[in-house]
Design a protein around this ligand. Structure first.
Ligand code: ATP
Length: 206
């Protein structure tokens, strides 16, 4: 369970939000919505422990994440709004590398299966990632979610650049993750097509 208690965030001289109290329990996806610049990415970085809060506490299963380091980060998969992929590597090599770094199954076969699951076939899998379209690159970055066994996913605009088919595939993967007891916090500019009992919206004031 991930909780924020009276969390506040300021960037520069500007306060973005304060008094944020959110509890993310197994089976729930929190969609963080708000205008450009309202602080969605900042909140996600705070939840990962990458950005200190102005005020307040973030707890993982009851313990303040401030003193936890790996004990916390080993439970989470973070995907920033940049894809974090290496252009010179093939999609398969990229997925293998990110899976290896997060301790997931990094075999070539599993990477190929994950890429198939996001709709990238064998021909695209063998190209240098630099020649892929924006949406295909996004799918390469997202493929790691098909290998992640971590309970908490923190994802910054994962739907960006995806076409309708990609959005459907990702939504299905979210559903599997939540049904298996996973949790997610997702910054997004669009509706998430999940059942109401597994979805909460968190609107930042902006
Ligand atoms: N290092 C920084 N120093 C000062 N201000 C910053 C810094 N990083 C971000 N900001 C400001 O904080 C505000 C929130 O930025 P953030 O990226 O969290 O917004 P966002 O809601 O994710 O926006 P978008 O929808 O455009 O992705 C913006 O006004 C941004 O300019």
């Amino acid at each position: 369970m991930l909780e924020t208690i009276d969390l506040a965030c300021a960037r520069g001289a500007r306060e973005l939000f304060s008094g944020l109290n959110v509890t993310v329990t197994p089976g729930l996806l929190f969609a963080v919505v708000g205008e450009n610049g309202s602080g969605k990415s900042s909140l996600l970085r705070m939840l990962c422990g990458l950005l200190p809060g102005e005020q307040g506490t973030i707890r993982w299963n009851g313990t303040d994440i401030a003193g936890m380091n790996d004990e916390y980060t080993q439970h989470l998969t973070y995907l920033g709004h940049l894809n974090g992929i290496k252009d010179d590597l093939t999609p398969v090599e990229n997925v293998q590398m990110s899976a290896h770094l997060s301790g997931d199954d990094s075999s070539a076969g599993s990477a190929q299966e994950a890429l198939q699951a996001v709709g990238l076939g064998r021909r695209v899998q063998a190209l240098p990632t630099r020649v892929l379209s924006q949406g295909q690159k996004r799918r390469v970055a997202l493929a790691r979610l098909w290998l992640s066994r971590r309970p908490l996913w923190i994802l910054d605009e994962p739907f960006a650049a995806l076409d309708e088919g990609g959005i459907t595939l990702l939504t299905q993967r979210f559903k599997q993750h939540l049904d298996a007891g996973g949790m997610a916090v997702v910054a997004t500019h669009q509706e998430v097509a999940l059942p109401r009992d597994s979805l909460r919206y968190l609107r930042l004031p902006g």
